[in-house]
Design a protein around this ligand. Sequence first.
Ligand code: MG
Length: 157
Amino acid sequence: MRIGHGYDAHRLAAGRPLVLGGVEIESALGLAGHSDADVLCHAVMDALLGAAGLEDIGHWFPDTDPACRGARSLDLLRRVSEMLTARGLVVGNVDITVVAQRPALAPHRAAMCRNLARALGCAPDQIGIKATTEEGMGFTGAGEGIAAHAVALLFPA
Ligand code: MG
């Protein structure tokens, strides 16, 4: 088996949608970025790429590439999944922690798990999504941004 870790953070900004795990969440502020800035999907992609021994998300989907502008990160995740399949790897499980002062993510957790499972061709119970605050400390606590950590386990197909 192979294990990978991913981390990402994006700045919160006005006039942007808040997309996490492919779910658009009602929020006054959204995440700034070249793509839809889905920080959860980005952390998962880097965990999967790392587990596969491949270059990171910035290599495959550079923010200088006009094709990635406004891209749905769930679609990019699907492309990572295809890369794993091509290398004879399947997902064992993925576990994610989103760090955000607000909004509450619990109401969206099941939909996010379903989205990720569909993109990765696995079952929703192979995806763990947890959310925490940092109790007002640091950039997530100040509401300046949202961060996400992910670990992924891959097996030979
Ligand atoms: Mg990112």
